[in-house]
Ligand binder design. Sequence first.
Ligand SMILES: Nc1nc2c(ncn2[C@@H]2O[C@H](COP(=O)(O)OP(=O)(O)O)[C@@H](O)[C@H]2O)c(=O)[nH]1
Ligand SMILES: [Mg+2]
Length: 451
Amino acid sequence: MNDTIAAISTALGVGAISIIRLSGPEAISIANSCFKGKDLSKVESHTINYGHIIDQGEVIDEVLVSIMKAPKTYTTEDVVEINCHGGIISTKRILETVLMHGARLAEPGEFTKRAFLNGRIDLVKSEAVMDIIDSKSEEANKLAVSQLSGSTSNMIKKFRDSLKQLLASIEVNIDYPEYHDIEVVTKEKIQTELISMKKELEDIIKSSKNSTLIKEGIKTVIIGRPNVGKSSILNKLIEQDKAIVTDIAGTTRDIVEGQVYLEGILLNIIDTAGIRKTEDIVEKIGVEKSLSMIDEADLVIVVLNNNEELTSEDKEILEKTKNKERIIVINKNDLEKKINISKSSLDSVVETNTNTVEGIKELKNKIIDLFQLESIKSKDYTYLTNARQISLAKKAYQSLKEAEEGLHNSLPIDMIEIDLKDTFDYLGEIIGETYSEEILDHLFANFCVGK
Ligand SMILES: Nc1nc2c(ncn2[C@@H]2O[C@H](COP(=O)(O)OP(=O)(O)O)[C@@H](O)[C@H]2O)c(=O)[nH]1
Ligand SMILES: [Mg+2]
């Protein structure tokens, strides 16, 4: 980590300003060697300096150079940011110039990786940096900002502290059983504490599924026979005429996607080809695609036609979706009721017609209730936010469970201690107290260059 890295930190394209960033021991001297203006080696830290970037005597661009000396910087190393005019050519030429003067092109996420390796931020916070950049909704953004400010890291740290205390008192009892003035940790006391910790960790894991909803949104599929009004419902939900609506069965042959935000959470809606037996090759592929979408969906909206009796296809769709989170929409309720189905025999039912707003409003409210979107919003965002964190928390939970069972089955206390130490270590991995190079490389490879 002794070399100096450089990268373009802004999106490459036409814009007012681009930023080329350098970090490392030579950052200031490299910038200085291609800069005409003040002597950058003599300016104060955290100053912005006007001048020009020069390549072999030729002026490349008029720039502002920010000088940030270690340790109060993003990476804790010397950091220089060259603000140049936006546009691909001059930005790339400045990058090439600093590389020629001795900087190395940074790998994706290498600035943030350095911030982590130098101890400025932990792993959860590093991941939050990426999540802020990636966030697809305001709620996802709030979640990431809360992570970066340390909400989840602190929760994990607090949990580890209690565990450490428990471990310490167990150890004292093992090592110095003859000391009478040390509080004896009875089996009952450990048991009580383990049960409450297990419950706490269980809650943390359970509520972390909210973070997936916040980050990824709800993958919703609208499914039903042709002509029941699926595309009309999609259009009403997203308040746009995105899917083509006609009275010709088989109009939607491919997948049409739309997006709407409910309580700040993204609803990704997929309208599908109507399910029916067909000889048309294109439509047939569409139908198969529709059926395969069911498995991947978080929510299935099954649309039925109020004006027709249930067909075998309707029944097949109801059967295929019965184990999914689903809402059944009985559409065209402005027409005479011919559907032979009792509402009470079904789970979540909404009656709609796509000429008015009431039914669609009720459908939106049903979705909000089903996924408890209002309560997700009012929580304080201390969630685990990705598969890596959640799988480690699950391993920690497993070890904690084994410790508790071991105690229950009167296993020797030092065996129980091993399980508790495992729990402690898994939780430590979440925040990056321990890590492997391989995991770090994998994690930061998903970052963008220049971050
Ligand atoms: N009367 C009535 N007609 C509707 C309603 N919703 C859709 N339609 C009509 O039903 C036909 C098929 O609608 P479409 O949305 O293309 O159905 P899809 O094949 O399931 O996507 C069109 O002529 C729509 O105008 C409704 O609530 N009431
Ligand atoms: Mg359609």
